[in-house]
Design a protein around this ligand. Structure first.
Ligand SMILES: *[C@@H]1O[C@H](CO)[C@@H](O)[C@H](O)[C@H]1NC(C)=O
Length: 176
């Protein structure tokens, strides 16, 4: 029997004080400000909340097999698990040169990411609004600040495509 459950997710986006977010390793934790900036509710199917998290994809201009593997492995997994949420946590991209001796953003890695997510959404049945992604440190290499032209997360991430704040640093799940 399919029954609509009254349980729903509230997703609280919490972000940290800007100077901390964009990467000063020496920033003291006293500069940390936590603030709830948005909430979203998502209906749940049944009483169990399945959450799938994939992390550290390190999509690379030099290893296109990583994006291909992501689509190949995750699509059937999502089709079987039908999770309420898919969390994609950084590092999304590798952001290294070929010999891995230096770091920089590479737009082709972000384009790979966007089209991989699109293929996964197209073929797994997951709704895009159930996907939440966050940056890792590699996704910030060489990015002076949020919104800079090298801040590709602000353009290619699911979070930014859906108009969520692109300074999301953590997500809290609350069953209401
Ligand atoms: C996903 O589906 C949309 C809409 O049908 C289509 O425009 C897009 O090219 C597809 N993308 C991929 C990567 O399959």
């Amino acid at each position: 029997m399919a029954s609509a459950t009254p349980i729903a997710f509230a997703i609280l986006f919490v972000f940290f004080f800007f100077s901390f977010l964009f990467a000063f390793p020496s920033a003291s934790s006293s500069s940390l400000e936590v603030e709830t900036v948005a909430r979203e509710s998502l209906p749940m199917d049944g009483d169990v909340a399945w959450v799938v998290q994939v992390s550290d994809l390190h999509l690379s201009a030099y290893h296109p097999d990583r994006a291909a593997d992501l689509v190949r492995l995750l699509t059937p997994a999502l089709r079987a698990i039908r999770p309420s949420l898919l969390l994609i946590t950084g590092d999304i991209t590798d952001a290294k040169n070929k010999r891995r001796t230096s770091t920089r953003q590479d737009i082709s890695e972000w384009i790979q990411y966007k089209s991989s997510v699109e293929a996964i959404v197209n073929h797994s049945g997951i709704e895009k609004r159930r996907i939440f992604d966050t940056r890792g440190n590699h996704d910030k290499y060489g990015v002076p600040h949020v919104g800079h032209e090298l801040d590709f997360f602000s353009v290619y991430s699911v979070s930014s495509q859906l108009g969520r704040l692109s300074t999301i640093q953590s997500i809290s799940l609350v069953i209401l």
